[in-house]
Write a protein that binds this ligand. Structure first.
Ligand code: ZN
Length: 259
């Protein structure tokens, strides 16, 4: 599904898959996140070129998770920018990991492509007529980064925000950092947000994500019972409820359960 966010910005994503954002400006285009599959990324590239008639100048990855980076090989002749930590995480991915994500057959025929340019902490630059800030905030994963387009008031939040879907809280998520990251995103006062998954949204989604994480922590700590979750629209109205159980299992495998 294609969401037209601004005249020159479209978001591609459907059914809960990771969003890819196409930002077109003066003479060139920037794409943020490349989906799980190189052939899907190639289709996005063709679509972007046909829609805007511009060359693709830069790819940005918000974090290392395969559904945001494994399409990178469709853009091997283009600069790919990510945090240093994202590149490090991807460097550590071995054949077994790639097979576990893609399956044997695809892992044999396709390959992953690492970022070719990195930043640490924060970088602000001008490209395609926009001032672009990339900033690593951590939380969902240690390398989770946002992309801020100040001329548009747009933040591409990666998986720090899930809209309409349960968030994926993994073994390397840090809920305290995630909550801080959400406060920092709010400080930018964005007029629009592209979440990692789900339809583009407004600033109100930041609070819903915070409420979710706070309650999630309450469940883990035994302060909040299952009934409270089952009556909360912020939980029951999100799709992929199996992710909630996955997240609980992930976090509990990291910390010993409190008695
Ligand atoms: Zn993710």
């Amino acid at each position: 599904m294609v969401h037209n966010l601004y005249e020159n910005v479209v978001v591609i994503g459907e059914g809960g898959s990771a969003n890819s954002t196409i930002i077109s400006g003066k003479g060139c285009t920037v794409i943020v996140d490349t989906t799980l599959f190189p052939e899907k990324a190639r289709k996005i590239a063709t679509f972007a070129k046909e829609l805007f008639g511009n060359r693709i100048e830069l790819i940005i990855n918000t974090h290392y998770h395969p559904d945001h980076t494994f399409g990178n090989s469709a853009f091997e002749d283009i600069d790919i920018l990510a945090s240093e930590e994202t590149k490090n995480f991807m460097e550590e991915m071995d054949t077994n990991y790639i097979k576990s994500v893609w399956g044997e057959e695809r892992a044999r025929r396709d390959h992953i492509t690492l970022p070719s340019m990195t930043f640490s902490n924060k970088k602000r630059f001008q490209l395609c007529g926009y001032w672009i800030t990339v900033r690593q905030l951590g939380g969902h994963t240690p390398d989770s980064s946002i992309v801020y387009l100040e001329d548009l008031g747009l933040i591409i939040a990666g998986d720090l925000i899930f809209n309409g879907f349960h968030p994926e809280i993994t073994t390397d998520s840090d809920i305290d950092h995630w909550l801080e990251a959400l406060s920092l995103i709010r400080e930018y006062q964005p007029s629009k947000i592209v979440p990692g998954h789900g339809t583009p949204c407004g600033i109100e989604e930041i609070q819903l994500m915070k409420d979710y994480l706070l309650k999630f922590r309450g469940v883990l700590e035994g302060r909040i019972g299952e009934n409270e979750i089952l009556s909360d629209p912020n939980f029951v109205e999100r799709e992929f409820p199996e992710l909630f159980r996955y997240s609980v299992r992930s976090v509990l495998s990291k910390y010993p359960q409190r008695s």
